[in-house]
Design a protein around this ligand. Structure first.
Ligand code: MN
Length: 736
């Protein structure tokens, strides 16, 4: 049975939910309630049966964390993520389930909070602990800063989580209380300050103070309570005359508040500056909140007219805001009792920013364009990494951690606001390779914070780095000196190695092609991928064709070794050697029937009818017919080109001897089997020689008579189909 709403006062979960919804309505009147109810029901079911150390149902913790988040004016997604913030870590719920019910943005926040675990190991000696943990904390801080830069809301939820844990700390063992309070003071409070969330910062500090130094805490609270009446009197008097003067000047809408001082800050001043309580607490302070900025200056005029300003103690943070966006007028005057009176003057919006910091930007998101919001967050993100100006808000511990962190790393932004962490000393070249290798390889220029800079410029924390690229650009060798990170250098080196390899490979390929041609072999046939893959397999340190060619180009492997391997890989020799026609003249038709010219067939290349041939006009011995790709003809073309004439030689029915080399697996009866093939195709074998090799192959040299290229092709096809045959080559004869 569902609990009826009317009995919610008896059900702590329903009571918590009602309180949360009330808070949400107060800070976000337009926020949908149903999604919050759904999230509470979801988390309640997930945490079912779990109890906190205090004995309360666990679900009360996330509900109260969500309430703090709502109080900070955060959006509904943040509130929902706060309700679900412990679900991934402590229950069986999967990320997919959260994403499908509450959307990806909520899931990302929940995951972000889950990952932000800051565990500092307890050590007996505080100094020892600090020394040992600084390095590790620096790494954690790096993670937190990156997470924060990615989405501030994650950190806001984490701070709310910590705040609620601090409020309920007394349920834990004393040892654990001390450890958590120390950690809060060391890390969480300063981070809250960095985000400008003063509301959370002072609460965290006072709660830690109470845990760590209970005696001092109670002494100071008592002192504050005792002197209150006295101070209230002074404040009342100041407030009254201020009110009258403001009204007189038309500032009826201005509001005046007393400014509470937080116990921890009083204690800190007493300890650090050695000042007794009385001296700190005799200073009274007021705050004036107005509607418009110009009214701040009007109010300042009223204050200075009324009381004498103390020289050198006026600050205009409206004209020059603090790095975290804080704006206000600060002045110190001699008040009614001639004692110093501190006054802060600001608009309502400035006040929100002062109290809620980064969180305030969500409450003021409405009515602003996305662009201004992005701008604002961009500035905040950058500020997050600028720690040089920020010693005041950091704890000693966080300061030493950040000093460690920032002495080794810089954080830089893309123009879109994404943050990258780089080793200190990094340049736009490192930045580019970090974003993407392709970006690095096509880099031609860079801007830092909008100004064009040399590529070797060192990036500083918080810089916005813009890259200029061009598709056809190439890295230059001197980048190796300008790059800082090992990652970039590795990328660059492998690029340059590859470049060199490409050049070597080209040189190697050309050499192999040239040699193939000179041996009358067709590169197109020999340099196919499959054949080269075969060669690569048998060549040291090579995976593919370009590796082989690169080795040849670098002189590590000989051209001949590659060709020998290719010959083994190519079972079929070239059938149609293709060369560019070196003459545009139509071939003369000459047959063996020509009477007045003696025609001879060259012994070197043993041409057959149907083949591309040329004639070499000898001095008195007629014309010698060579194959067009005969190396001898290649040489003659360089010296006696005028003696080489085009010839066409169709089949004439005659038989012509040629030499073949057949390489095959060695076994008994091999020669007989090969002879059978020749016999079946009625081919005359005029000579045959078999030689067995140490690697169990055999080389058979045969001289056969063929009619024309067609005959030869058929024959070679038949032989290469024979399973033992590894390759079959047409080889050159001897002499010319
Ligand atoms: Mn929690």
């Amino acid at each position: 049975m569902a609990t009826p709403a009317t009995s919610s006062s008896h059900d702590p979960v329903q009571a918590g939910l009602a309180q949360l919804l009330a808070k949400l309505k107060q800070f976000r009147p337009d926020a949908p309630e149903d999604v919050v109810r759904a999230a509470v029901a979801f988390a309640d079911a997930a945490h079912e049966g779990q109890l906190r150390k205090s004995g309360e149902p666990y679900i009360l913790h996330p509900i109260e964390v969500a309430e703090i988040v709502a109080e900070l004016g955060m959006d509904v997604d943040s509130v929902v993520a706060a309700i679900l913030h412990d679900v991934l870590e402590d229950t069986e719920i999967t990320p997919e389930k959260i994403a499908s019910q509450f959307g990806q943005p909520v899931l990302e926040m929940v995951e972000g909070v889950t990952k932000l675990q800051l565990n500092i190991q307890p050590e007996a000696d505080a100094r020892q602990r600090r020394a040992a943990e600084t390095a590790r904390a620096a790494e954690t801080l790096r993670k937190m800063l990156l997470a924060m830069a990615n989405d501030f809301r994650v950190m806001v939820i984490k701070l709310a989580d910590r705040l609620h844990n601090m409020r309920t700390l007394s349920a834990l063992a004393p040892e654990k209380q001390t450890r958590i309070a120390n950690e809060t003071l060391d890390i969480y409070a300063p981070l809250a300050a960095r985000l400008g969330i003063w509301q959370v910062k002072w609460q965290l500090e006072d709660l830690s103070f109470k845990t760590l130094h209970p005696d001092e805490f109670h002494r100071i609270s008592e002192l504050v309570a005792q002197t209150r009446a006295e101070r209230e009197e002074q404040l009342d008097e100041a407030r009254k005359s201020l009110r009258a003067h403001l009204d007189e000047r038309g500032l009826q809408s201005a509001k005046i508040y007393g400014r509470p001082k937080h116990l921890f800050s009083i204690y800190n001043k007493m300890v650090q500056q050695g000042i007794p309580f009385e001296e700190i607490y005799d200073i009274i302070a007021l705050r004036i909140i107005v509607e418009e900025t110009y009214q701040c200056y009007l109010a300042l005029g009223v204050v200075h007219e009324l009381w004498l300003p103390m020289p050198g103690l006026f600050y205009d943070y409206i004209a020059s805001p603090k790095p975290n966006g804080y704006q206000s007028l600060h002045t110190k005057v001699l008040g009614p009792g001639k004692g110093p009176l501190e006054i802060q003057i600001r608009t309502k919006h400035m006040h929100e920013v002062a109290e809620y910091g980064v969180a305030a930007h969500w409450s003021y998101k409405e009515g602003k364009t996305q662009a201004t919001t992005d701008d604002k967050f961009g500035a905040l993100r950058r500020q997050l990494f600028d720690w040089s100006s920020d010693n005041r808000t950091s704890s000693d511990f966080l300061r030493s951690v950040s000093t460690d962190l920032f002495s080794e790393q810089v954080f830089a932004f893309t123009p879109k606001g994404d943050v990258l962490d780089l080793p200190r000393g990094s340049t736009p070249i490192d930045f580019a390779f970090r974003v993407h290798s392709n970006l690095g390889l096509t880099l031609i220029g860079s801007k830092i914070n909008g100004t064009m800079v040399p590529l070797g410029t060192e990036i500083k924390n918080g810089d916005v780095v813009e890259l200029v690229t061009r598709k056809d650009a190439k890295p230059s060798l001197d980048w190796l000196e300008h790059a800082k990170s090992p990652h970039t250098k590795t990328k660059l080196r492998s690029y340059f190695r590859k470049q060199n390899k490409d050049v070597s490979a080209n040189r190697g390929r050309t050499a192999v092609e040239k040699e193939l041609r000179s041996q009358g072999l067709d590169p197109r046939l020999y340099l196919g991928d499959d054949k080269m893959a075969e060669v690569a397999k048998h060549t040291a340190n090579c995976d593919n064709a370009s590796d082989v060619f690169a080795r040849v180009g670098e002189g590590l492997t000989s051209v001949q070794a590659v060709i020998d391997r290719l010959k083994i890989a190519v079972k079929e020799p070239q059938e149609h050697p293709v060369f560019k026609t070196r003459r545009s003249v139509e071939p003369t038709v000459i047959t063996s029937g020509v009477d007045d010219v003696e025609l001879k067939r060259a012994k070197c290349c043993q041409p057959v009818p149907g083949e591309e041939v040329v004639g070499y006009v000898t001095r008195g011995r007629g014309i010698v017919i060579h194959r067009k790709l005969c190396p001898n003809i290649n040489k003659l073309e360089e010296t006696e080109a005028e003696r080489i004439i085009p010839i066409r030689w169709p089949s004439d029915g005659n038989l012509y001897p040629i030499n073949l080399k057949i390489i095959c697996g060695d076994r008994q009866g091999l020669l007989m089997d090969i002879s059978t093939i020749f016999g079946e195709s009625k081919t005359n074998v005029s000579a045959a020689r078999i030689q067995t090799m140490p690697n169990h192959t055999a080389e058979i040299d045969v001289t056969i008579d063929v009619r024309d290229t067609q005959h030869l092709r058929d024959l070679m096809a038949k032989i290469s189909n024979y399973s033992d045959v590894i390759s079959i080559l047409r080889v050159m004869g001897r002499g010319r």
